[in-house]
Design a protein around this ligand. Structure first.
Ligand code: IMP
Ligand code: MG
Length: 182
């Protein structure tokens, strides 16, 4: 199994750049196959920024012309455990009524973030589909499923490709596990 040394920490690679790129192409094709109309992609910040940027380009290559918005939600405070409560740090600007909205997030874990965002946009009249880069199957606290999932990942704390631990590792082009924290 490949590893990278990032300063003084060792990160085990779970999904490398090639695997991610291939999966993004597949996801975009699957999304395009649902023939969304007037599609609005809403990326949930911060963790999904890199995935959403790559997915947008793949959606273009798949023949779609999505618009894009951002919603900054927070359930994790700087550490590794969820506070359980989702708060809106920044809302979307567009009117989502009667639009096909694709919510994009990094990880589906307890499900609280996706459930919260889906309920919020659906209450405003959007038709919501969800796309999560990763799913941790064993950690669901609320009943929610994503329409599109990139990869199933172990119930461990992952970093990279936009995802952080205490604000670090977002820059990594791959997804990995931090093995040693000095
Ligand atoms: P949920 O609301 O419990 O489903 O958690 C989803 C959010 O928690 C994601 O959008 C991530 O920002 C964060 N999160 C959950 N697990 C991890 C992880 O392993 N690494 C980094 N962030 C995570
Ligand atoms: Mg997040």
């Amino acid at each position: 199994m490949a590893h990278r040394q990032i300063e003084h920490r060792r990160v085990k690679i779970l999904f490398d750049e090639k695997q991610i790129a291939k999966r993004n192409t597949e996801l975009a094709k699957a999304i395009a196959d649902t023939h969304p109309k007037d599609l609005l992609v809403v990326a949930i910040l911060k963790g999904s920024f890199m995935f959403a940027a790559d997915l947008m380009r793949e959606l273009h290559r798949a023949g779609l012309a999505p618009q894009m918005e951002f919603m900054h939600l927070s359930s994790y405070r700087a550490g590794m455990t969820s506070s359980g409560q989702v708060t809106i740090l920044r809302d979307v600007e567009s009117d989502v009524r009667d639009r096909d909205v694709l919510l994009v997030d990094d990880i589906l874990e307890s499900g609280r973030t996706i459930a919260f965002a889906t309920d919020l946009l659906a209450a405003r009249g959007a038709r919501v589909q969800t796309c999560c880069l990763l799913e941790k199957p064993g950690k669901r606290a609320v009943q929610v499923k994503a329409d599109f999932i990139g990869f199933t990942c172990p119930d461990q704390f992952v970093v990279g490709y936009g995802m952080d631990v205490a604000h670090s590792f977002r820059e990594l082009p791959f997804i990995g596990l931090v093995e040693t924290v000095a």
